[in-house]
Design a protein around this ligand. Structure first.
Ligand code: PAF
Length: 288
């Protein structure tokens, strides 16, 4: 596995990689969810490029950019054992030279849900993913479904900007008790970790209601709020039942829906989601 730090080195290496080339961008603090993305890329492409870059522009003021867990050596071991061929580890000024002016605005889909609570977040994500795609020029790029809104934004980005990259969504990896794996889970205290699986239980409860025939969005939102409300340490920030493509809130679930939520447990903010009906993947692949 080769580790490179500059765009020029990456481009030179990329020229000699047999295609198709798969790409897994990450911010490090790797867990089994990331390893699953790399293994999936390994299984379906001939060369696997990954990146390790804690992107400052997607963190808002007061968020955890400075404290974000960083452990380069451990991350490189996980990349290697999962099958990466190349890891791109740029410095901040390699991606954001001091004279850079251009940013990428994902439009209205970036302004609801997470975008509403974290202003500028998706502009930061869209900008860094655009730069990484321009440097790596992957044939396929792999993203986790846990970041459901991010995945939809990146599909649109790849399609709207004509990148010719196929965006592959990979199912959320969960702990045995249902908690979605996240780099931020390490911030949870023991008691918070014990209560965190209520988020998945609440989504499952909504899924059960849906399977029993419930189609009223407010009934599902209330059921999730009530389930989470039973956990003393978990404070729900929002619950959404939205059109899976446009993310517009639904009063009646008459098409594929994305049920998503964010919650705070002490200083930790967690997100999770589920699509209804389950088993359908989000529309489109983003290849153009
Ligand atoms: O999902 C992430 O880890 C990040 O948002 C990404 C896509 C690597 C961009 O910094």
């Amino acid at each position: 596995m080769k580790v490179v730090e500059t765009a020029a080195e990456l481009r030179a290496l990329r020229a000699g990689l047999p295609g198709p080339v798969g790409f897994v961008p990450t911010m490090g603090a790797l867990h089994d969810g990331h390893a699953t993305l790399v293994k999936r890329a390994r299984a379906q492409t001939r060369s696997v490029v990954t990146s390790l870059f804690v992107n400052p522009t997607q963190f808002g003021p007061g968020e955890d950019y400075d404290g974000y867990p960083r452990n380069r050596e451990r991350d490189l071991e996980i990349f290697a054992s999962s099958g990466a061929d190349v890891v791109f580890v740029p410095a901040v000024d390699e991606i954001y030279p001091s004279d850079a002016l251009t940013t990428v605005d994902p439009g209205p889909i970036g302004q609801v849900l997470e975008g509403e609570r974290r202003p500028g977040h998706f502009k930061g994500v869209a900008t860094v993913v655009t730069k990484l795609f321009a440097i790596v020029r992957p044939d396929q790029a792999f993203f986790g479904e846990k970041d459901a809104q991010q995945l939809r934004i990146i599909r649109r980005l790849a399609s709207d900007l004509r990148f010719g990259v196929e965006i592959v969504g990979v199912a959320t990896v969960r702990a045995a008790d249902g908690l979605a794996l996240s780099s931020r889970n390490i911030y949870l205290s023991k008691d918070e970790r014990n209560q965190a699986p209520v988020l998945f239980r609440a989504l499952r409860h909504a899924q059960d209601l849906f399977q029993a025939g419930e189609r009223n969005g407010d009934v599902l939102r209330s059921a999730i709020t009530a389930t989470v409300g039973k956990s003393r340490l978990v404070s729900l920030e929002y619950v959404s039942v939205a059109d899976s493509s446009t993310l517009a809130e639904l009063s009646t679930i008459d098409r594929e829906a994305l049920v998503s939520l964010a919650a705070r447990l002490g200083r930790t903010r967690l997100i999770d989601n589920m699509t209804l009906p389950q088993g359908l993947s989000p529309a489109g692949t983003g290849r153009d």
